[in-house]
Write a protein that binds this ligand. Structure first.
Ligand SMILES: *Cc1c(COP(=O)(O)O)cnc(C)c1O
Length: 414
């Protein structure tokens, strides 16, 4: 008998993920973008304002797809910090679990970050590594020193949180709530005595968490908050503490805010801002945080460099320019995110082909914006995603707006 006919198909329960369903859909969309030359572009940095040179096409363009919202990734203090750290430490990294041994400059960095943000700060190789380490022990009750907590994920929580769901679900009950559905969350808080909520501060396709409502639920029911604020660190708050923390009177014991420092912060790596230092050493040796690396020497240096910018008046200047750029854009281009005060916008055009066409046409005019389509956004709501930045002068933003207006008008005329 043919073995293939009798062999039982082995498949997972697909409770929290489904590659069989998701991968074919997204791969076909990536293919369209790739066929239009919008993928794998080889570039050289031209130094500032996220200006890049397409090496193969000898074409200069402005990167509107970069998460370096303040342009700190090319700031002289950041670059210099990286070079100096490598020179003085003479080692790229210790290549070991850093809960055991770590460089003096790493201790210096931990202290500087903690002092700057006014809370205990745990650095790590990425923000995703922090989430992979913290969520399973949060779910099992090892941060609250209690029995396990019910862990509720916002439906739009970033993939780096979502893909840890099956691991958390092996420890406790995992639930998913509709985006920003505070009523559902309150019902869960009424039903169970220990609940944690996992969400983004600022979401990658626009919009923010309802921090006021979350703090009320925390006060009323002791809700634990795990917030990833990668898109907003540095862009908001007097110290660049982000969307979530700048809306809180203090970071209490029932809250952890995690963020990438590879976005607006302009370095590489991630940080966890902890409402309590009780579990600092425990977390340092938990999951991926206790494996073979934390921040490498170069990123310790670039992070210290960026902290210098964060402590200078330049931060407020860049934040203000970003705010003005957002207002300028919002006053002329309507998007679902108009008026939300945030820098991530999606200009909807409908079909996937139209989105890729617009992205390509903008690129030819000197602006790279990514085409987004299902499963990033719902079917029929494809468009281009763009990020406004604080290192873009007003004039350049206006030029971008004019280009975008001309192209979208052309697309609408048959
Ligand atoms: C960028 C981002 C991440 C990933 O950060 P890494 O440091 O690359 O792991 C996670 N969550 C959110 C919300 C993000 O925007």
């Amino acid at each position: 008998m043919n073995q293939a006919n009798t062999e039982e198909i082995v498949m997972g329960p697909h409770r929290y993920r489904n590659n069989q369903k998701m991968i074919p859909g997204s791969e076909s969309a990536w293919k369209v973008a790739s066929e239009n030359g919008m993928m794998g572009i080889k570039v050289r940095s031209l130094g500032s304002q996220n200006r890049l040179l397409d090496i193969e096409r000898d074409h200069e363009f402005v990167n509107m797809c970069s998460c370096s919202y303040l342009g700190l990734n090319s700031h002289p203090l950041v670059i210099q910090g990286g070079i100096e750290a490598l020179k003085s430490e003479t080692i790229s990294g210790l290549a070991m679990a850093e809960c055991r041994i770590r460089l003096g400059s790493m201790f210096e960095l931990e202290e500087s970050l903690s002092e700057h943000f006014g809370v205990k700060v745990l650095p790590a190789v990425t923000c995703s590594a922090l989430t992979a380490a913290i969520l399973p022990v949060l779910g099992s009750g090892h941060i609250t020193n209690t029995d396990p907590l019910v862990v509720v994920f916002d439906k739009y929580a970033h993939f780096s949180m979502n893909f840890i769901k099956p691991i958390v679900a092996d420890e406790t009950l995992v639930l998913t709530c509709e985006h920003n559905d505070m009523n559902y969350l309150e019902d869960i808080c009424k039903k169970y005595s220990r609940v944690a909520y996992v969400c983004d501060g600022v979401y990658s396709v626009g919009g923010g968490a309802n921090i006021t409502a979350l703090l009320q639920l925390q006060e009323k029911y002791g809700l634990f908050l795990y917030i990833v604020d990668s898109h907003a660190l540095s862009t908001q708050g007097i110290k660049g503490e982000g969307y979530a923390m700048s809306r809180m009177p203090e970071l209490n014991e029932q809250t952890i805010i995690v963020a990438s420092i590879a976005k607006a912060f302009g370095s590489t790596g991630g940080i966890a801002m902890l409402g309590s230092d009780k579990h600092y050493d425990f977390l340092y040796r938990t999951g991926p945080l206790g494996w073979s690396q934390s921040l490498r020497t170069a990123s310790i240096g670039t992070t210290l460099g960026s902290l210098k910018v964060h402590k200078s008046p330049e931060l407020a200047k860049l934040q203000l320019q970003l705010k003005q750029n957002i207002e300028l854009f919002d006053s002329q281009i309507i998007t679902p995110q108009t008026g939300n005060g945030l820098h991530i916008k999606v200009v909807e055009v409908g079909e996937q082909e139209k989105a890729v066409y617009l992205s390509k046409a903008l690129y030819e005019q000197g602006f790279y914006c990514s085409a987004v389509f299902f499963p990033i956004v719902p079917k029929g709501k494809a468009g281009i995603r763009l990020m406004l930045r604080g290192d873009m002068p007003t004039q350049l933003v206006q030029k971008f707006i004019d280009t975008l207006k001309t192209l979208t008008t052309e697309m609408q005329t048959p």
